[in-house]
Design a protein around this ligand. Structure first.
Ligand code: GCB
Length: 614
């Protein structure tokens, strides 16, 4: 019995040691030390710093483990690893663009950062936060493993025992591995570049013992079929960690002269209140309010917009009124530097390009983008579709893969559930129809709705081409479960020529709004021939002309499009040596920011729609 107990305790302790903590929301509003900047590295394709020569994970204390100090105890000690400035990389940032030898690297690189830190007391809590690491991160501080995280585009944090922190010379090591895998999310095959590294911010966060973990402060979804409430009603919650019994949580919105107190109940406290005299958030008026969530020992500020969104019958209603989404799909990449997008400047570049095109909406493909993107979309008034990388043919039969997808879904929603701009959570893209896949995707949709009942949930569905004569039907069984029936089509690029659009129309058996989540053709900027010549600008221009003419004939449940794609982007699948050279050329801008002829076709249509609506 005693033995069993000891085993159980050991299991629990190990699980705790490796468990990643629930996400701390609104990280920029917390007291923290930035650990961005130069990190030293060791490139380790054989994972010598992780496994012994029998390929077993090294003992935590092993002197040759790369998470342990590289300084020999004395001159007799043999060290075969070392971190020096000559080998260093910028964080945040993918490694591929930083050194030519890493351009195609997929594997393990160890990152190391030294820092000094004065821990205030034992009551204060410390966390190590990562905005994103692609793909797997194993994190060690002063030789102790804090945990690991899987998934390349979502944030995570680990609690650091205060006793582990040192005043001088903390030795922080992250093993980053971006090898693709059959049972990963995404899987082996994607049409984008697998940028590796610590691609977003790293912070050491300091919090009081009892702290606000997360909160959701959004307008309640209108009751289907009913006119929106005259007085906007907020429904939400605040999650506390180690809440003191009877602790008071206060919500303040100074501009509205609103202040209300709630007594913390268990770890989640429900919020329900009416906000009078509210200006609703919309693309035309992206009004954000300063919202303060506070307790006796904490005060967190956010900027939140209030709006309602729902799919009702044939329409998508924003604040109770039908909208048409003039969208564009965007990859999280800065093409002129061939690197992952990170931070505000990059977000501004991409969203300004979308605005120039005349968009009021963006599809952030195919993974959650940097938090700066969704925050900026909030302040610019751009509607957002945010997606997890459940892309093409992942292993739908595996429970472990489903768990990985669910973890990414949860982290995406936890980070961004207060962003008014986000109106759609997407659970995946072009997944092939089978019962196993539909069950998998259905389970993700159910989870998304549990986590956030206020937004629409969708996915790019499969199309039944010409199932009726000249009518393509979007009847993917997943259509039963999504709020918005979205599909990708490339009529005239993949199969046939653009004039096919003339005799084609679209329908869906679902009584739901219909959205074209992708359409596009390649065209290399500056290459001019005629409209029948693949890869020239004229072909792409013709494609858009035919598409626009066809889209004008869409059924009355058509609510918008997000064509493929804003910029040319890097893809290892695109190997035409004359026109592609490793680039997918479906951008409306090329990799240097030049507008292609097709840009003006879509831009003209978007202006027409905008002017009609006014
Ligand atoms: C698609 C995919 C997208 C690809 C695109 C293409 O359907 O969703 O990720 O890049 O087609 O260019 O083929």
């Amino acid at each position: 019995m005693k033995k069993l107990l000891i085993i159980l305790v050991c299991i629990c302790v190990t699980a705790l040691a490796y468990a990643q903590d629930s996400l701390i929301a609104n990280i920029n509003a917390r007291k923290s030390l930035s650990l961005n900047g130069r990190w030293q590295y060791i490139v380790d394709p054989y994972e010598t710093g992780f496994y012994d020569y029998r390929y077993k994970e090294l003992n935590e204390k092993a002197g040759d483990a790369y998470w342990n100090t590289d300084v020999p105890k004395d001159k007799t000690e043999k060290k075969e690893h070392g971190y020096i400035d000559k080998y260093s990389l910028e964080v945040p940032g993918d490694w591929n663009h930083q050194k030519t030898e890493f351009l195609y690297y997929e594997g393990t690189i160890w990152y190391k950062k030294s820092f000094d830190f004065h821990a205030v007391d034992n009551a204060t809590k410390y966390f190590l936060y990562f905005g994103a690491v692609n793909y797997r991160a194993d994190v060690y501080l002063n030789g102790k493993k804090l945990g690991f995280h899987i998934g390349g585009f979502t944030p995570f944090n680990f609690e650091i025992p205060a006793s582990l922190l040192k005043e001088k010379g903390n030795f922080l090591v992250v093993k980053v591995d971006n090898k693709r895998g059959a049972d990963e999310v995404p899987t082996l095959n994607t049409d984008w570049w697998n940028y590796g590294g610590i691609t977003r911010d790293v912070k050491l966060v300091e919090l009081p013992h009892s702290f606000i973990q997360d909160y959701m402060i959004q307008l309640k979804k209108p009751v289907a079929g009913k006119a929106p409430a005259i007085k906007p009603e907020v429904s939400g919650w605040v999650k506390m960690r180690n809440a003191n019994a009877g602790e008071t949580i206060t919500i303040t919105i100074p501009e509205l002269k609103f202040k209300k107190q709630f007594v913390a109940t268990a770890d989640t406290t429900q919020l329900n209140f009416i906000l009078p005299k509210l200006q609703l958030w919309s693309p035309e008026n992206p009004k954000l309010y300063r919202v303060i969530v506070s307790t006796a020992n904490e005060k967190i500020e956010d900027k939140i917009g209030f709006r309602t969104i729902e799919a009702l019958g044939k329409h998508v209603l924003l604040n109770g009124k039908p909208i048409f989404m003039r969208g564009i799909s965007i990859h999280g990449e800065i093409p002129q530097d061939v690197r992952r997008a990170v931070g505000e400047q990059d977000a501004l570049q991409l969203l300004n390009q979308a605005r120039e095109l005349g968009c009021n909406m963006v599809r952030l493909a195919h993974y959650p983008h940097d938090e700066a993107m969704t925050r900026l979309a909030d302040s610019l008034g751009i509607l957002v579709w945010s997606e997890i990388p459940v892309y093409w043919t992942i292993n739908f039969g595996s429970q472990a893969v489903l768990n990985k997808a669910k973890a990414q879904l949860q982290e995406m929603i936890a980070r961004d559930h207060n962003r008014a701009s986000i109106i759609i959570w997407s659970v995946g893209n072009e997944t092939p129809i089978s019962q196993t896949r539909t069950d998998f995707m259905h389970s993700l949709i159910t989870r998304a709705k549990e986590l956030d009942p206020t937004r629409m949930v969708s996915a790019a569905l499969e199309v039944n081409y010409a199932s009726l004569k000249n009518v393509n039907v979007v009847d993917d069984p997943l259509g039963q479960f999504v709020d918005l029936v979205a599909f990708n089509e490339y009529l005239g690029w993949y199969g046939g020529l653009p004039d096919q659009c003339r005799k084609t129309s679209w329908s869906t058996p679902y009584n739901k709004p219909l959205f074209v989540s992708e359409t596009g053709a390649e065209g290399k900027w500056g290459f001019h021939a005629d409209s029948l010549t693949r890869f020239d600008e004229e072909f792409q221009e013709w494609y858009y002309k035919e598409q626009v003419a066809m889209l004008k004939r869409m059924p009355d449940n058509f609510v918008g499009i997000s064509p493929w794609v804003l910029n040319d982007f890097r893809s290892p699948k695109r190997n035409n040596p004359l026109y592609q050279e490793g680039w997918n050329r479906k951008g409306l801008y090329d990799d240097k920011g030049h507008k292609k002829k097709a840009f003006y076709i879509l831009n003209a249509w978007y202006n027409e729609i905008k002017n009609k609506a006014q």
